[in-house]
Design a binder for this molecule. Structure first.
Ligand SMILES: CC(C)(COP(=O)(O)OP(=O)(O)OC[C@H]1O[C@@H](n2cnc3c(N)ncnc32)[C@H](O)[C@@H]1OP(=O)(O)O)[C@@H](O)C(=O)NCCC(=O)NCCS
Length: 144
């Protein structure tokens, strides 16, 4: 069964899988949890998941910044399937979705360890290093 990228409805059972995956990959290693406020703020975001059947292997979300720019956030791929092309599929699908919605730019804060991945999928570093959740991040951008 191949990987399929699907939109995830906020507060659905798939959304719970998404939050669990993001917790395992992005927060737990830093000793951090999601707050109710953070999760509530995701209500109007676009959530994409990489599924094989009912199993979730990766996810990301898009949040409106302004009329031209959308922010890509919370990109996470299940540890044992990293490096197999799922991140690229998710990013490509999110660009298609963002274009459909009329956006022309995607921006993100990349952990320094993930910068080479975003460069591979066409993002450029803009500006200085910023600290997010105690980790150095680069602001990156792509015109879509
Ligand atoms: C970063 C991440 C989202 C990338 O997703 P992925 O599914 O592992 O990446 P892909 O397999 O689609 O890789 C696409 C390309 O980027 C390269 N790549 C992926 N991660 C890389 C890394 N950390 N360093 C260097 N190259 C990387 C791959 O080798 C591949 O190159 P190729 O096209 O020449 O074969 C994933 O590894 C992950 O969840 N990491 C931990 C959490 C994280 O850092 N998230 C991002 C927070 S900003």
């Amino acid at each position: 069964m191949s990987i399929e990228i699907k939109e995830i409805r906020y507060a659905s059972s798939e959304y719970q899988l998404e939050v669990n995956l993001r917790y395992e990959i992005l927060r737990k290693p830093l000793g951090l949890k999601f707050t109710q406020e953070e999760l509530k703020a995701e209500k109007d975001d676009i959530h994409l998941g990489a599924f094989r059947g009912k199993l979730l292997f990766g996810c990301l979300l898009l949040r409106k910044h302004d009329n031209t720019t959308v922010k890509m956030r919370q990109v996470a791929v299940q540890a044992h399937t990293q490096g197999t092309g799922i991140g690229r599929l998710l990013v490509e699908a999110s660009e298609t979705k963002a274009k459909e919605l009329g956006y022309s730019v995607i921006e993100l804060n990349a952990r320094e360890t993930a910068v080479p991945f975003y460069q591979k999928v066409g993002y450029e570093t803009i500006g200085d290093t910023v600290g997010v959740a105690g980790l150095p991040h680069k602001i990156m951008r792509k015109k879509i």
